[in-house]
Design a protein around this ligand. Structure first.
Ligand SMILES: NC(=O)c1ccc[n+]([C@@H]2O[C@H](COP(=O)([O-])OP(=O)(O)OC[C@H]3O[C@@H](n4cnc5c(N)ncnc54)[C@H](OP(=O)(O)O)[C@@H]3O)[C@@H](O)[C@H]2O)c1
Length: 264
C-alpha cells in the first residue's frame, strides 16, 4: 500500500486541537513524520499517543508558544535533530478574539494578535526555509475565508489573515527560485474548540451554531479532517500550485444573502 506523504517530515503549528489536529491526523495517516506544537501539554500528548498507536506515520508533540521567537527556533531545531530534514511546514496556530468594535479595541490587543497570527507564520517560515529549500518542500499557511468576506467586529483578525494571504504570494515569488512552493488554505466555518468558545459568548450558543451551519451552500460546517485533506492536497499533490489561496468553505462565499445591518 502506498501513502501520499510517506516518510515526509512535516511541522504543524497549533496541532493539538481543531484544524491543526485534523492536519496532523491526516498527515500521519498518510505516512508522514510530524512534529506538532501547542502551549498546552495534555491535548498534545494525548493526540501523540493516539496517532502513534495507529500509524502508519508517526508524530511528536513539542510544547511551544508560537508568539515567542526562541520557542519557534527550538521547535525547528528539534525537528531537524530528530528527522534530519523538513519537507513541509504548516503554519496554523492562531486565535480569533471575541468580536469587538474598532472603538473598543486597543493597539496592544491588535499588536499581540499580529504577533501570534502573522509574525509567528513569518518566523516559522524563516527558520524552516533553509531546510525546505534542500528538499524542495512547501509551506501551507492556514488563512481564512474572512479575507474574502470581511467579518463584523473583527477588523484586527481579518487584517492578520489578509496579511497571511498576501505574505503567501510574496513568499511564493521569492521561493520560486529555490523550488519551494508556498500556498494558503482558507477555511470557512469549521467546527473546532475555537468556534465553540466564540459561540458560547453569544446569547444562544446552540442557535449561533445552527446559523453557522446554514452559512454554507453545503449546509453544514467543515470538519478538522476535511481541512487536513485540503492541506495534504497542497503539500503532496498540488505540485503546479504556488501562491494560491485554496478556499475550504463549503461555498459560503457564493450567492446573495441578507447582509444589510441598517434597519429598514
Ligand atoms: N475554526 C474555523 O472556523 C476557522 C476558520 C478559518 C480559519 N481558521 C484558522 O485556523 C487556525 C486554527 O483554528 P482552530 O479553529 O482550529 O483553533 P483552536 O480550536 O483554538 O485550535 C488552535 C490550536 O492552536 C494552538 N495554539 C493556540 N495559540 C498558540 C500559541 N500561542 N502557540 C502554540 N500553539 C497555539 C492550540 O493549543 P493551545 O491552546 O494549547 O496552545 C490549538 O492546538 C487558526 O489560524 C484560525 O484563525 C479557523
Amino acid at each position: 500500500m502506498s501513502f501520499r506523504f510517506n516518510d515526509k517530515v512535516a511541522v504543524v503549528t497549533g496541532g493539538s486541537k481543531g484544524i491543526g489536529r485534523g492536519i496532523v491526523r491526516v498527515f500521519v495517516e498518510n505516512g508522514a513524520k510530524v512534529v506538532f506544537c501547542a502551549r498546552g501539554r495534555a491535548d498534545g500528548e494525548a493526540l501523540q499517543a493516539e496517532l502513534n498507536k495507529a500509524g502508519p506515520g508517526s508524530c511528536t508533540f513539542v510544547p511551544c508558544d508560537m508568539s515567542k521567537e526562541d520557542d519557534i527556533k527550538r521547535m525547528i531545531a528539534f525537528t531537524v535533530e530528530h528527522h534530519e530534514h523538513i519537507d513541509c511546514l504548516v503554519n496554523n496556530a492562531g486565535w480569533h478574539p471575541p468580536h469587538k468594535t474598532t472603538d473598543d479595541t486597543t493597539a496592544e490587543e491588535f499588536r499581540d494578535l499580529l504577533n501570534l497570527n502573522l509574525i509567528s507564520y513569518f518566523l516559522a517560515s524563516k527558520y524552516a526555509l533553509p531546510y525546505l529549500r534542500k528538499r524542495q518542500g512547501s509551506i501551507v499557511n492556514v488563512s481564512s475565508l474572512t479575507v474574502t468576506l470581511g467579518q463584523k467586529d473583527a477588523a484586527p483578525y481579518v487584517a492578520t489573515k489578509g496579511a497571511i494571504t498576501s505574505m503567501t504570494k510574496a513568499m511564493a515569488v521569492d521561493e520560486s527560485r529555490n523550488n519551494v512552493r508556498v500556498n494558503c488554505l482558507s477555511p470557512g466555518n469549521v467546527m473546532t474548540p475555537l468556534w465553540e468558545e466564540l459561540a458560547k459568548l453569544t446569547p444562544d450558543a446552540a442557535d449561533t451554531i445552527k446559523m453557522g451551519e446554514k452559512q454554507q451552500l453545503i449546509g453544514r460546517m467543515g470538519t478538522e479532517v476535511e481541512c487536513g485533506l485540503a492541506a495534504l492536497f497542497l503539500a503532496a499533490d498540488a505540485t503546479f500550485c504556488t501562491g494560491i489561496d485554496l478556499l475550504a468553505s463549503g461555498g459560503a462565499e457564493l450567492n446573495y444573502g441578507i447582509k444589510t445591518q441598517i434597519p429598514s
